[in-house]
Structure formats: structure tokens, C-alpha cells
Design a protein around this ligand. Structure first.
Ligand code: COA
Length: 335
């Protein structure tokens, strides 16, 4: 019996209704629309209202993906939930989705690879399916950044970049021998783990308690980022891993019909495109409207590109991401 090939059977997204423009941010911190657009390309992002949380968005995205795939929730035999901003320290969001969708007692993984989380999740789904372990897997990426950002001038370098959203894919056995995931590659390098991180609250050595008043008052509880180091590593690692998946398939950049890069910064993506020599018409970006939604950017961007007719049957699609850890990876698929 030949090895089954995995394919994205359906995609779904959920973006909270509340839009936060750069002008809105300039009301609460010292920043400007022009600074944010010039440095990152971001014009607005969406932040949750009180009634929404991470897994509630994940459930909505998952329902949309199931409907798109024509798959009933009862057919799902595994859940992979990628997030850095879970509802609870534990348990993870995966079991909350399992409960909410009334799926059977299937395995539910939460994975912690930040901006590369969805790519890591797709690799897990691909390998599980090719191994014959599971047949229909929900891969979800969801983030609620807005509740964890320092929305004052002190935190402006980080807080202007991030938005809330969720995206999901139903990954299953492909019924079309030509279509599906061709290859996945993921990597990590922990040498700079703390240069893009949220270290508090936490259980690290030397702490009396996982959170203290001083952690809150000093602002240590907010994410920290060495922006330029992240930028430099992103523009190195993303071209590298794109080349790696292409080489492994005997393909070249000219074969890519659509590149879907992680949406951290439009300047990063423009630089990556220039380095690999792909025309802007074959790269889809939507960070302008959503900011960096971390584990949700890839499904958000891919499903928008498909809706706009930029991803069609038979197209070679390349997904690529880089983020905290550092972690990075790429997926090459025939749509
Ligand atoms: N509004 C206005 N000014 C701001 C600002 C904001 N939101 N954030 C920082 N500044 C100021 C700084 O205080 C600094 O002022 P100074 O020169 O008086 O000291 C100046 O702008 C430049 O700051 P710097 O941090 O050096 O800017 P930068 O050119 O490196 O751009 C980023 C900052 C964050 C946009 C950029 O480094 C970046 O995009 N890095 C990658 C981030 C990323 O992708 N993260 C997620 C990865 S998954």
C-alpha cells in the first residue's frame, strides 16, 4: 500500500470585530501612524472584546474550516493547537476545542513554536497522516496578544506590532494524487531564546514565586524583543529554508506560484522576496490589516489569498515562517 499524502481539505479564520488603528494607538502612547507604517507596514489590527478569548476564536475558525472541508467534527481524530497566548497556563487550548466541538476522546496537542507554530503543526499533521496514525486533523493557530501587551510608551516597540486572530486547517488524506503537502522542514536555534520572549510569569530557576508584585509593577510581565536581531535572523532563515524545501523537491523559486510568508513585518517579507528573487505579484501579504497574529498569520494569509483567486488548483504554494525561539520552517504544497 502506498503512503497516503496529506492535504489541506479546508481553511477557516476568525478575526475579532474591533479594529484598532495606528491613530487609536497614538492616543494612548507616543507613536504615530507614519512610524508604524514605515517600519512595519501595519495600518491596523484587531483586538478582542471582553467576551472573546483564545480558544473561543479557535473554535470559530475550526468550525469554518470544517464547513469549508465538508467534514463533520466527529470525523476529526486529532487536534493540534499552536499558540503562545493560551487561555490558561494549563490545560492547553486543544482540549477546550475538543470539548466545545464535542469531538470524541481524540489526542489534543498544544504546541509552543510562536510565529512558526502553524508550520510546525502542519508538519505534525503531515507526518501523522503519512504514517497512517490519523486521517483528519484540525490544526489551529490562535492568539490573544492584546491582553498581554504594554499599551504605554514603555512598550510601544512591541505593542504596535501585534493583533488577535485565529486560523484553522482541516488536514486529511488527499484523494488527489497530485495535490497535497510535498515536503515540510522545521528548525530551531535556542541561542537567542530570550531576545524575543515573555519570561514572566514563569517557573525559572531563582524565582520565589511564578509571579510577584514587582514583576507586574516593573513591566517584566510584558514581552521583550530585540527587534533588530529578530529582523536580521528572519531575513536570513526564511530564504534559507525556502531554498531547502525547493532543493529537496528538485524545484526552483521560479516554480512557486504563491509564497505565503509569516506576517511579522512587511519590510522583512519584502527583503525575503528580493533575496530569493520572486516578484511581489507571487507573494501574498495582509499584515497591513491584521498586524502580527503569530500562529494565526499563515492560515489567515493563505485563506485570503485563496479567496482572492491567488491560490488555485494545481498551484505550487510555499509557506514560510520565522519567530521566537528562534524557530523557523517551510511547507511546500501542491494546491
Ligand atoms: N513609535 C514611535 N517610535 C518608536 C516606536 C513606536 N512604536 N517604537 C520604538 N520607537 C523609537 C525607539 O524608541 C527609537 O528611538 P530612539 O532612536 O530615540 O532611541 C527609534 O524608534 C528606533 O527604534 P528601533 O527599535 O531601533 O527601531 P527599528 O528600526 O529596529 O524598528 C521594529 C523596530 C520593531 C519595527 C523592527 O526592529 C522590527 O520589525 N523587528 C522585527 C520584529 C518582529 O518581526 N518581531 C516578531 C518576529 S516573529
Amino acid at each position: 500500500m502506498s503512503t497516503p499524502r496529506a492535504r489541506i481539505l479546508g481553511l477557516g479564520t476568525f478575526v475579532p470585530a474591533r479594529t484598532v488603528t495606528n491613530h487609536d494607538l497614538a492616543e494612548v502612547m507616543e507613536t504615530s501612524h507614519d512610524w508604524i507604517v514605515e517600519r512595519s507596514g501595519i495600518e491596523e489590527r484587531h483586538w478582542v472584546d471582553a467576551e472573546e478569548g483564545n480558544y473561543t476564536m479557535g473554535v470559530k475558525a475550526a468550525r469554518a474550516a470544517l464547513a469549508d472541508a465538508g467534514v463533520d467534527a466527529s470525523e476529526i481524530d486529532c487536534i493540534v493547537y499552536a499558540t503562545l497566548s493560551p487561555d490558561y497556563f494549563f490545560p492547553g487550548c486543544g482540549v477546550l476545542v475538543q470539548r466545545e466541538l464535542g469531538i470524541g476522546h481524540v489526542p489534543a496537542f498544544d504546541i509552543r513554536q510562536q510565529c512558526s507554530g502553524f508550520i510546525y503543526g502542519l508538519q505534525m499533521a503531515d507526518v501523522f497522516i503519512r504514517a497512517g496514525q490519523y486521517r483528519k486533523i484540525l490544526v489551529i493557530g490562535g492568539e490573544v496578544h492584546s491582553r498581554g501587551l504594554d499599551k504605554t510608551t514603555r512598550g510601544r516597540t512591541v505593542s504596535v506590532l501585534f493583533g488577535d486572530a485565529a486560523g484553522a486547517a482541516v488536514v486529511g488524506v488527499s484523494d488527489d494524487p497530485e495535490a497535497g503537502i510535498l515536503i515540510t522542514r522545521v528548525h530551531s536555534d535556542g541561542s537567542d531564546a530570550e531576545c524575543l520572549a515573555m519570561q514572566y510569569p514563569g517557573m525559572a530557576a531563582g524565582r520565589d514565586s511564578y509571579v510577584t508584585h514587582d514583576d507586574v509593577e516593573s513591566g517584566r510581565i510584558f514581552p521583550n524583543m530585540e527587534g533588530q536581531k529578530v529582523f536580521k535572523n528572519a531575513v536570513k532563515r526564511m530564504p534559507e529554508v525556502i531554498q531547502e524545501v525547493l532543493d529537496a523537491q528538485g524545484l526552483t523559486v521560479a516554480d512557486i506560484d504563491m509564497l505565503i510568508p509569516h506576517q511579522a513585518n512587511l519590510r522583512i517579507n519584502e527583503m525575503v522576496a528580493k533575496q530569493i528573487g520572486i516578484d511581489a505579484s507571487r507573494v501574498h501579504n495582509n499584515i497591513q490589516k491584521y498586524g502580527n497574529t503569530t500562529a494565526a498569520t499563515i492560515p489567515l494569509c493563505l485563506s485570503e489569498a485563496r479567496a482572492e483567486g491567488k491560490v488555485k488548483k494545481g498551484d505550487l504554494v510555499c509557506l514560510v515562517a520565522f519567530g521566537s525561539g528562534f524557530t523557523w520552517g517551510s511547507v511546500l504544497m501542491r494546491w
